[in-house]
Write a new protein. Sequence first.
Lengths: 270, 305, 365
Amino acid sequence: MTERAIPWPMMALAVVGFAYMLLPIFVVVLAGLTAGEFLTFPPEGLSLRWVAAFLQSEKYLSAFFFSFRLALMTMVVATILGTAAALFLARSNVVGKAALRAFFLSPVVLPGVVVGFALFAFFIYSGMGLSRTIWGLWIGHILYSTPYVIGTVGAALAAYDDSLEEAARSLGASPWRAFRKVTLPNISQGIQAGSIFAFIVSFGQFEVSLFLSAPNAEPLPIAMYNSLRYQFDPSAAAAGIFAITLVIASVLLTNRLVNIRRLLGRQQGQ
Amino acid sequence: MTEATAARATGARLAAPALSRARLTWLLVVPLLVFLTVFFVIPVGLLFATSLNPQTIGQVTVTSDLTLDNYLRFFSRSNYLLATGRSVALGAIVAAVTLVVAYPMAFVIAKTAHPGRNTALLILVLAAMQLDMVIRLYGMMVILGDEGLVNQMLRGIGLIGAESSVQLMYNFLGVVLGLVQFALPFMILTLVGVIRGIDPSLEEAARSLGASRRRAFFRVTLPMSLPGILSGSLLVFALSISSYIVPALMGGFRVGVLPIHIFQQVAEGARFQFGATIAVILFLLSAGAVAIYLRVGARASGGRA
Amino acid sequence: MTRKLITPTRRTLLKGGAAAALSAPFINHAWAQDVTYDGEVFDAGDATINIGEWGGGWEEFVRAALVDQFEEDFNCTVNWDSSFPWFPKFVTQGPQNPVFDICNWNLPNLTQTKQAGDYFLTTDEVRENVPNAANCWEFAFASGAGVTWAYMPYVYAYRTDIEGGPVDSFRAFWDPRFAGKRGTYGTENGLMHAFFMATAREYGDDQYDMAAAFQALEEAMPMKVSEFTFNMLSLIERGEVDVAVHIEGEALSLQRKGVPMDVWLWDSRPILTQTKTISRYSDPMQKKLAFALMNRTLSPEFLNAFGDEFLWRPTNSEAQITAVLAEAGVENTPEAVEAFWVPDWDFFVENKLEITDRLNGIFGL
């Protein structure tokens, strides 16, 4: 398949879409690179002073890495729970499957503040000791991220014909091996997208964290919201620039790693 | 194909492995069921139950003092009813607009074979998700505000007077524009996986049978991406109907939707019982919408299978 | 206008508290002991104190200027939590199980919590145990449940490049030239609450004249509504808003950055305050640490440093007004502070449900 297969009206629409999606981001990034004292567009000259200020700010940086860790922890659990549940939904013939699917998605139709507050109150009167701890916060984030994984993996599974796996099993593969060698590669796009969502939803989560965040361990969106109440500087934009840089680096890095593995795999195959 | 059918037949004949397989299948869902029951059904259920108690500031647990006052209050005030309608409309409109804007983007990403270009496009999508909403609002304001780039452009080409401006923010339209921008990456990433999973030989087959490219797309590719369309628009619907921060900031605190009222009651007024009442209503509405959607979706994709 | 005071009696509160204590056996009852503090440094034996205060750059500054040294001197750990809002957290956990030992508030939220139960030590109880409070102006104790340590007058921030001259009266906000270019804050924002009370006082008989305030605010529509003073500054900077409700120091920071704007202090002289409360049912060691931290917060050294950084004015008569404000004629003298007005937040909170509903209606929420 070559890119010539993309018809031009599709291409034109996509360009407009990308412009719409990226223009606000572009504005903030430029504004954050200002050499001036405050967030302004167009920026007053370009410099990295606010990115440097962000990197020197113990508060922002620790909030950033706390959020990063929390998002990774959330991603791992949400991806496992969500993928397993999506597999179940795709394969089981149990009655009320549609209701079960709707039930799994239900945490996200409620505003995060409802879920966050309900958990906060529950932790307190149940005496679970999870109130305002990182574990309680983690639980809230998992609740809110798992539906995204179920959605994307479910979509990938719906487009995939599971008789392939059965064929592999009939040829003598163990269930796990058949799943790993046949199904997994086919739905990996969906799992990847789902885990990215889980990460992003957790990383950007403000409402669920509002009641659940623990002292001395604030997620970045909360730290930013609290900081922007009383300060008018481009550090928040700088945090975004830093995050975008990290994304670019990690995508390039994983690509490189995957390429190397492919290269090695090919050599082994020969 | 024949092999697979044969395998299925074999599987059906052998009862024992089928049984163990069913048990295995259940194992997949038990962890999530337990997790959701303990940390979602019970806490949120208890909170919902308080909506039947009289409004008492600071009271969070359920009492035996039952009343429908909170619901009467909700249904007797036009601003809550208006907010209800607005929330549902917002979810539906944003899901539809996002789908239309995202599909061509996802299609282009899915069909871009060159690894470098593909990675670049993927990075762009991921980068769009990295900015905190509060700061993203600044970018939206620079573009869509009364003195923003769009209005300056309209003035420049003389479409509107030098002193006037088109309201693209601080109203319902602004909330839609903000939510679409926010939701696009979610829709795109859901669609890319599905579009890429479509066997290209199917479209080629359709074309070799004489279908035009446009016809092949509308008859083969688009229907084949239905699972992604359903799942993506459902996610975006849920995201939009439950969002507080985007309607608050893009609507300039003047577009009443249910999450804003819930936030006011719970986070700012500590009026938990009434907040719970609004949450129950929002939940029932969304659950109803999701159920209808899943049913319609099942019928639509059922026709294909 | 009749005023209803819904203050729960102490007895009912204690009864409720006893019930809560029975159902939650892990709560420590040591709070019954009296704690006194004389201003001396003591060894807290590695205790931890929970505080609620704003985050971000504010936290970074206060930690560096005050808290780090405090932890070292008193051998304790400060658990800092900036995840506002505190009010629902306090009422969910109940008075006996305080979220924070010492907490920093704006007055409307503080009063809401104070009215919801026996959460805080009274102003008198705090005063007796905080030596530096002796030098504070009387309005620092207006809340009845804490000590105010810093404040800023409310102002209009307006662009100076608009036609029709500078803003010079409270009613100028309503000038037709500002149609669609007026800026205020969301229904639940403290600045909006103060604007509401000041509007009642200006357009009605007194600050209790809610009907007059509702009508005046309706006439000010369409306004641009923001949630942060930060966001409001960008609205002014970009010309989306020409006149906005704001606070002195923060608005002036925009002027210092070269934006053509100025401020006008409301002639009713209301102030936005930073007030710290100490929780009644904190454990003795935490309570003693809270007294000590309150004492250091009220010290001229800290207040001076804080004023230099954020342009807040100090409530301690021994502290100084920062140079930028002093050059503009701001003073810290009995005459200068006499005119300040602390709106009747008890009245506001008692009528909050109605005010919220009506403001929502005016904004179209």
